[in-house]
Design a protein around this ligand. Sequence first.
Ligand SMILES: *Cc1c(COP(=O)(O)O)cnc(C)c1O
Length: 540
Amino acid sequence: MNKHPRPAQEKKLIADWNALIRTFLRPENEASRKALFKYMEQILFGLNDFLQRHVGFTEEMSLKELARRFQNTEISGNPEKKLEYVIKDLIDDIAPLAVNVSSPYFIGHMTSAIPFFMVHLKTIVTALNQNMVKLETSKVLSVLEKQLLAKIHRMIYRKDRSFYEAHVQNPYTNLGCFTEDGTIANITALWVARNSLLSSDKNAPGIEEAGVHAAFQARGIERCVVLVSKLGHYSLKKAGGVLGIGNRNIVSVCTDTDNRIDLKDLKDKIRAIRKAPGSRILAVVGIAGTTETGTIDPLPELGEICAENGIHLHIDAAWGGPTLLSNKYAHLLKGIELADSVIVDGHKQFYMPMTLGMVFFKNPEAMQNIAYHANYVIRPGSVDMGIKSLSGSREANSLILDSALKIMGSKGYALLVEHGIELARQFADEIRKRKDFELVTEPVLNILTYRLFPHELKDRIVAADTEERKRINFRLNRINIKLQRLQREAGKSFVSRTTLTVGGEDMIVLRSVLMSPMTTIEILNEILDEQESIYREKIK
Ligand SMILES: *Cc1c(COP(=O)(O)O)cnc(C)c1O
């Protein structure tokens, strides 16, 4: 790996105050401006090379070998290298071993190419280094955050102009908040729902102050549950853990044949829980774009059921939210405005760099029940973002989303959303046409699952009895596990895999997420061709 030997003249480095202090300075003269340009150029062009060349997750170097190289646990006393060489090493030695998620052949996860202007915007966020926890370290950026929260709230809830005028800069109300990611956004939504269900009243203490045990005991509660389809994101389980209700009380509801929450099972479960003494329902979660299959729960019906039963409806639109920007496909999320809370991720279909989560509430007073104050900052009545937020210090990544919306316009985002959905439909047609594949989940958004299913096994399964079917399915699972691994290791393209339960049995499927605008149907055909030949040459 030592392709780039150090110049011989480089002398031993020593930690030095004057050199150190220079690293805190700004480009105050021509010489330092030149140096800054040089490093930026080195980074941008160096990485561009990597982004062109390397694809996917190769096994060129095993994880074992990597682990062996990263064993030293000492921090060097004197500086090890100059910035120039650090950058060089990152480009030459680290980047090639990272995963090139921007490749158009990387269609396995919800992480993809981003518009390059995002790198510039992220640089500004870092250079400004605002801390969003309080006004005194962010000023205009806190005001801007409130405006952006109102913009996305409006995209979701479409309240009238006067509503947004009343709340956009209101220091006492909150339309939502930014978080690190969708996980924290889900936790925040359920935290608010929990505190609202178990707020203090004259007979019982609030859960936030008194804790789970006292709050439950005073109300004769034994357990609180959250209902979500079995395709719910695992962050909801984490929420169950950290909010003290227990992750086993994140109860799975069956799905129908289209991978949507089964409304009959949901109603049965609601009825049974309400009958059981000591059980309460904290929330029902609907999913607008499941992580595994991209499907959307029947949101209007969920809205109706929750309204009838007085249950908090939370909609997880971490993935699907930006679909609302497309006039053509926004109808898929009809009913989202009925939710009490909604989450959307910036680093998914807003094509932002890692990371930005968002949570929104229908009721602008809802977040009052998670307010915390400190004497030195975040005083009552200020717009300090840290008052109602799980995190403390937080970077101003919202600035990136705000700028991106200006650069792209809702119509620009709509083009991306529509490209993904339409490409997924074409891909599904292609899979259906091929005799050795089976489409497992029809795409609703831009995610679909399928599997390699050799035609000779298709013929056999038609006439098979239960035992034989099981054997064939077992064999298909083995084939698809191996296929996914071999394709990943070949390093040309990347499709992920997951396990769905179909007819009570585990089915291993290949999962593709079509979000990169550089992915075309020709590329998808190449990926299918490669899978066919891997099967024929290495598995069969
Ligand atoms: C990605 C995702 C999340 C979690 O988001 P992170 O940003 O990865 O924490 C939650 N729900 C759904 C449906 C998701 O797709």
